[in-house]
Design a protein. Structure first.
Lengths: 121, 281
């Protein structure tokens, strides 16, 4: 089965979603990511969805869930690079993802995580 | 019976044409100058030719028949032209209706002996010309509607500019009532500008929005939520006292959204968020 790679970047994990995700893949990602947060003791997760053109409510909820799980494991989640059409769709679906932090691109997302990390240490 | 009408028109073409032009000149009055004598003559002549062509087949009741295609094209062009030139729909339809009097006169002269045949012919001709007249009005209406539609679209495009106040700070001055269609465009424009200018702050200024009801408030909240999903913060500014009262009376919760009463305050807040300051030198 296709897998979404999880890259370790210093104290953070980078997940770049490049393909249209189906539900099974999303669940597998959830599983693997939570595992990696613990084994790598990551402090932050960057999810890059800039190549994602289509989302449904399931993917929206999954992003929310991942953020929630990561928070329980003491890692902060930043979703970066959301396309305008995706943002509009999620809002129209009623999913404004209140618990998730967002940034325009990976650079800004990384800056956001770096900025919030020293406070915790 | 139908053949007879065509025959009569054929035989008396010159008489019909001159009578009609005279009639038309009278009804048009001072507006005649707008069209010009030769143009009127040409369109009248074309009309009679097209009428004959239409009558040559037994399809008098159906304007969609191919036999009437010349007539349809002619009237469509004529109607469109007149609509653009500023003629009223009455004046446009009068082009066809003014032919009636002349045609009936001719019919009366030619079919003098048989009154039932005469009334039959008049009825047929009248029905036909009524239909043609209504067709011009319909085309006129469609032309006007297309003009209105285009203007509406132009207004939509004009009314939603996104301006950059500072690098990374966008402003969206909204003017006029917000409905669903406009909000959609506003939202799209703003989000696209956020990406293209890589801005992380957007100020939505609603000074020019006359009223805010629950629907408008909901639209604004949606826009703010969508911008946040893309990683940009929004500040809503230009909230007038009445609007503040309305929002609270309606029970709209703007809790999580930053609001300022004017654009200057919003800009100051935006600069502060980016750790910038304006000082006097």
């Amino acid at each position: 089965m296709e897998r979404i790679p999880i890259l370790k970047l210093g104290p953070f994990l980078l997940v770049s979603i490049q393909v249209d995700m189906h539900d099974q893949m999303a669940l597998a990602l959830q599983e693997e990511l939570t595992g990696r947060i613990v084994t790598d003791s990551a402090r932050g997760v960057l999810i890059d969805i800039s190549s994602l053109d289509i989302v449904d409510s399931f993917i929206g909820r999954m992003l929310s869930n991942i953020a929630g799980m990561a928070r329980v494991l003491d890692a902060e989640t930043v979703v970066v690079g959301m396309q305008p059409s995706v943002a509009i769709t999620l809002v129209e679906l009623g999913l404004s993802l209140p618990g998730i932090r967002t940034a325009l691109n990976i650079d800004r997302g990384m800056a956001l995580l770096n900025a919030s990390r020293p406070v915790e240490e | 019976m139908l053949g007879r009408l065509a025959q009569l028109i054929d035989q008396n073409e010159d008489q019909l044409l001159s009578g009609w032009i005279e009639n038309l000149s009278r009804t048009l009055g001072s507006r005649k100058g707008l069209l010009g004598d030769s143009a009127i003559r040409v369109s009248c002549h074309d009309f009679i030719v097209a009428l004959r062509q239409g009558l040559s087949k037994d399809a008098v009741g159906d304007l969609q028949d191919p036999a009437w295609s010349t007539m349809r094209d002619l009237l469509m062009n004529l109607s469109r032209q007149r609509a653009m030139q500023g003629f009223t729909p009455t004046e446009t339809a009068m082009f066809v209706f003014s032919f009636k009097a002349v045609l009936f006169n001719t019919l009366r002269q030619q079919i003098r002996d048989d009154s039932s045949a005469l009334s039959d012919e008049i009825l047929t001709a009248s029905e036909l010309l009524d239909r043609l007249g209504l067709f011009t009005t319909q085309v006129y209406q469609e032309t006007r509607e297309s003009v209105i539609l285009r203007q509406q679209q132009e207004m939509l495009e004009l009314s939603t500019p996104v301006v950059e106040l500072w690098s990374g700070i966008l402003a969206l001055p909204l003017i006029g009532t917000l409905d669903s269609a406009r909000t959609q465009i506003v939202m799209q424009n703003l989000l696209e500008a956020i990406v293209s200018r890589s801005a992380d702050l957007a100020i939505i200024d609603i000074t020019g929005v006359p009223t805010v009801d629950t629907l408008v408030a909901q639209h604004l909240l949606k826009t703010v939520a969508a911008a946040r999903l893309m990683g940009a913060d929004c500040i809503i500014s230009g909230i007038r006292p009445q609007i503040a009262q309305t929002i609270i009376h309606l029970g709209v919760d703007l809790g999580s959204v930053l609001t300022k009463s004017n654009l200057a305050d919003a800009f100051r807040l935006a600069l502060k968020k980016k750790s910038l300051a304006v000082t006097s030198v």
